[in-house]
Design a protein around this ligand. Structure first.
Ligand code: F6R
Length: 260
């Protein structure tokens, strides 16, 4: 596991966009895993800028979303399909049909979860999975207590996560209680995991995930089990890392060709 500490959230965008650009240069048909929420926005902004300047293209790439609310009607502005489309995928050159998400309106949500797993496998798996982290250590919508071997399935959100997400809805009551989310086990199958976090609110969950025990009580701690996991944080989100100086030295000592 590598921890990269940068001064600001905008710097997170550049460092992670460099990794995505390098991947696209190696494989134009890269399979990307996309997170919604605020944390990846600097990454998406930088990727949009690079795509518009012609230095990268997503024309042959595809993408899978981590999660989706259950029961929001298709086209609802807060459905993760719509959110990612307006924040990122609709502003770059993905081909029609290249962006996939769990079907939160399926009549049979268990079957929809199994179908999503199959679709990821059929696409030969995810090359680079972008992740945020919740205040309680969740990744995707795997709340504390989620099995570290879980696959895509329905989950109930905690009241804390619903309250955190209420900022995007008119009322707390409008935030769905259920989601269809990739499992921790699904996420661990991606070839490269890149978790991004910025701001003081993320300092405790980042420290628990990176330096605490591997436990289902902090689902992000499962990244410690992955052979290629990168945590990219700003100084505020790094504030509770005991080995912060070591992480800085190690990153400063890397050669450019090593990438993330
Ligand atoms: C969203 C997702 C969630 C968020 C997490 C952090 O697709 O998977 O795990 O990454 O809730 O959200 P932000 O980035 O808004 O703080």
């Amino acid at each position: 596991m590598e921890v990269v500490i940068v001064p600001t959230a905008a710097d997170i965008g550049v460092v992670v966009a460099d990794a995505v650009s390098a991947l696209l240069a190696r494989r134009a048909d890269a399979v990307l895993g996309l997170a919604t929420g605020s944390s990846p926005l600097p990454v998406y902004d930088e990727l949009i800028r690079r795509c518009r300047s012609g230095s990268i293209s997503f024309a042959h790439a595809s993408a899978f979303l981590l999660d989706e609310y259950v029961g929001l009607p298709a086209g609802h502005p807060q459905s993760y399909r719509e959110v990612i489309e307006s924040a990122f995928t609709g502003r770059v050159d993905f081909a029609p049909g290249a962006v996939h998400g769990p079907d939160g309106n399926a009549a049979d949500l268990s079957a929809a979860g199994a179908d999503y797993e199959e679709a990821i496998i059929a696409a030969r798996g995810i090359d680079l999975q972008l992740l945020g982290i919740g205040a309680d250590g969740h990744i995707a919508f795997n709340e504390p207590g989620s099995s570290l071997g879980s696959t895509t399935r329905i989950k109930s959100l905690t009241s804390a996560t619903r309250e955190a997400n209420a900022r995007f809805f008119a009322h707390l009551d409008d935030v769905p209680h259920h989601v269809l989310t990739q499992g921790v086990g699904t996420i661990l199958r991606a070839r490269h995991l890149v978790l991004v976090a910025a701001g003081a609110d993320k300092a405790a969950p980042v420290a628990a995930a990176v330096e605490g025990p591997v436990t289902s009580m902090v689902p992000a701690s499962a990244l410690q089990l992955h052979r290629h996991a990168t945590i990219v944080v700003d100084e505020s989100a790094a504030a509770q890392l005991r080995l912060a100086d070591y992480y800085r030295e190690a990153f400063a000592g890397k050669s450019v060709w090593q990438g993330l």
